[in-house]
Design a protein around this ligand. Structure first.
Ligand SMILES: [Zn+2]
Ligand SMILES: [Zn+2]
Length: 382
């Protein structure tokens, strides 16, 4: 993705309360802590918390992603005069006095939105019914708890959330059932008026209809003309094989419904993966610790080892294997949709019995007597 205009202006590290040198893990845990504290569900009606929540999410969106973080660090290092800010596929060349930056379409939208929202104070229910233009729905975040196996294999599941959704009474039109929005007389339904401001001219959203091109004369009683209502809903989520604990999955357009015909926000699903009794994860690889007896380690043995997909495998432990050695069972780790399969990493650990039978004790004592000439600590010189 192309760097955003915001990248010059915002210190995402400060937003998350971490230093620029923070590890990915530190960033994730700082983010999760803040997201929990500031989550709209935990702070109903608290606009400041919601704003902070958005900022924190936006910050994590960038510095929580290793690729984007690299670009962001680069942008900050070079500063705003670095140039080369063409967003691929983006629109507007914008040759203002600022020095010829190309903003992406989204940025331009932000900029214009910023200009025109300024004059429009308040924003209560009444202004929403008429003058207010299309507003993009908020981005939402939902936590999804996954079983270890499901994170490894991938799963299609669903998250339940309560959010702004298209109004079920008026189906989003904002007009009382039986009536329809009428074409705006000021702009003739185009939603925009030409405006010439010296060195650049652009069309500005029509103030009478807020850019919608339509006016609701008789607002829908359920949504007060906004076209959205708050209600519980279920969103289906396809989780790819190999997601990691803490990973954020973006579902475009599945956030809050937009108001007054605006586009929906995005839904970010944050994955929380439960631990497994036996297996661990290391990226694409699964990990497993297997106890072996001292004779098995010394003499070598074939041992049976479980795998996550059910079929045990036989692992050859060669004679003279030290405790802690790791063996690789190829291809029995995570099998992601893209990229190579992971392996099963089996670490053997010599088990030391705490209780011995008489026969075992006698055998171990005989071993000790036979070994006593060569101390494994000889090299320590004591
Ligand atoms: Zn409605
Ligand atoms: Zn209009």
């Amino acid at each position: 993705m192309a760097p955003q205009r915001e990248w010059f202006e915002k210190d995402y590290y400060a937003t998350l309360g971490v230093t620029e040198s923070a590890s990915a893990k530190e960033i994730t845990s700082a983010y999760r802590k803040l997201a929990r504290e500031l989550h709209p569900d935990a702070n109903p009606g608290d606009a400041a918390a919601e704003e902070r929540f958005k900022e924190v999410s936006a910050a994590y969106d960038v510095v929580g992603d290793p690729e984007k973080r690299k670009e962001y660090d680069e942008v900050r290092r070079l500063g705003p005069m670095a140039g080369g800010f063409g967003a691929p596929g983006g629109a507007g060349g914008f040759g203002g006095p600022t020095g010829g930056f190309n903003f992406s379409t989204e940025d331009l939208g932000d900029l214009l939105g910023g200009l025109f929202n300024r004059g429009r104070g308040g924003g209560g229910g009444a202004t929403r019914t008429r003058g207010a233009g299309p507003q993009r729905g908020r981005d939402l975040e939902a936590e999804l708890h996954l079983r270890f196996e499901d994170a490894v294999r991938g799963v299609t599941t669903s998250v339940n959330l309560t959010s702004d959704a298209t109004c079920s009474t008026c189906h989003g039109s904002g007009a009382r059932p039986g009536t329809s929005p009428t074409v705006c007389s000021r702009c003739g339904g185009r939603g925009a008026l030409e405006d010439n401001q010296g060195f650049f001219s652009f069309s500005q959203p029509c103030p009478a209809c807020g850019g919608r091109g339509q006016v609701v004369e008789d607002p829908c009683p359920t949504c007060a003309g906004t076209g959205v209502e708050r209600r519980p809903r279920t969103v289906k989520v396809r989780i790819p094989a190999g997601v990691d604990d803490g990973q954020r999955i973006r579902l475009k357009g599945r956030g809050d419904a937009g108001r007054n015909g605006g586009p929906a926000g995005d839904l970010f699903v944050v994955v929380s993966v439960a631990a497994h009794d036996v297996f661990g994860r290391s990226g694409r690889h699964l990990t497993l610790t297997v106890p072996v007896t001292y004779p098995e380690a010394v003499l070598g043995a074939d041992i049976r080892v479980p795998t996550l997909d059910g079929e045990p495998v036989t692992l050859r432990v060669p004679a003279g294997t030290r405790s802690g050695r790791t063996f690789r069972v190829k291809g029995r780790g995570v099998q992601p949709a893209k990229g190579p399969s992971g392996d099963l990493l089996v670490t053997v650990e010599v088990a030391v019995p705490s209780q011995l039978s008489d026969a075992e004790r006698a055998a171990v004592e005989a071993l000790a007597a036979a070994e006593s000439s060569t101390s494994p600590r000889a090299h320590l010189g004591v």
